[in-house]
Ligand binder design. Sequence first.
Ligand code: NAP
Length: 289
Amino acid sequence: MAQETARPADASGVYRLGGDLPVNRLGYGAMQLTGPGVWGEPKDPEEAVRVLRRAAELGVNFIDTADSYGPFVSEQLIRKALHPYPQSLVIATKGGLSRSGPDDWRALGRPEYLRQQTELSLRHLGVERIDLYQLHRIDPKVPLADQVGELFLLQQEGKIRHIGLSEVTVEQIEEARKIAGIVSVQNLYNLADRSAEDVLEYAERENLGFIPWFPMATGQLARPGGPLDSLAKELGASPSQLALAWLLRRSPVMLPIPGTSRVAHLEENIQAARVALSDAQFQALGQAV
Ligand SMILES: NC(=O)c1ccc[n+]([C@@H]2O[C@H](COP(=O)([O-])OP(=O)(O)OC[C@H]3O[C@@H](n4cnc5c(N)ncnc54)[C@H](OP(=O)(O)O)[C@@H]3O)[C@@H](O)[C@H]2O)c1
């Protein structure tokens, strides 16, 4: 591991979102700060607040959330824990998935809905402009030009700084980029599921931020006895740290947002920024899973 610092996330290196928003590459995903099925309040709201404050102390300055996490529970907790926000903090939220109950997610991309949700996120986060607004899903029932077009209008009005996409193909990114500037893509990607490799390669070529969701395969890669366990023991790191260090090493545009509801897990995960993998270790991990 690299030399110990109070802010381990600094060791993950800086990526400039949209060219003008510098973030430490190892961030935090705030979806776990809700009730079961990403619905309602978390079991331990005080721990949720501690997780967010500790993340900031550890040097995390890129936090991913969404209107639909709760809904709004995650955004409101971020406000409660961290507002007034330090200038360096970049909060990325999303809109475009409606919620009708626990584990129920439906794409809804009508322009008036995206506008309403953006306005609500501004209010819940307590900001005048959202740093990065991601279209959570493309709604197949609505023309893409209407969905991304509405985000473009919100950007022109000063309510959104940068626009990102989530769960998209290369073709969809290219289509969206004809309508508005796109600075990031958030797709499912981790050591065990690299099916978005073509999207990652596109993001690298075009210098778009690539935000891998489920970076620890919803915890499968972090658990003791899991596929990374023996390599972790060999390298003196934890399985979650290896999963995250591998992602950080995989590409300079990679911005992992590991999720957790517990301070102890957060502290373990953010130390991944200090795990420097050799070429051989990087390759061994790629083959191990
Ligand atoms: N764009 C999209 O469609 C989309 C979809 C899903 C998620 N996301 C984003 O991606 C972020 C990350 O995804 P995720 O949180 O679902 O999955 P993840 O980061 O792959 O894994 C989180 C899970 O791992 C457990 N965990 C975390 N650290 C651990 C550790 N050190 N040891 C053992 N277990 C550990 C957590 O439980 P504990 O709470 O007990 O630590 C939680 O159950 C989300 O927070 C969200 O911001 C985006």
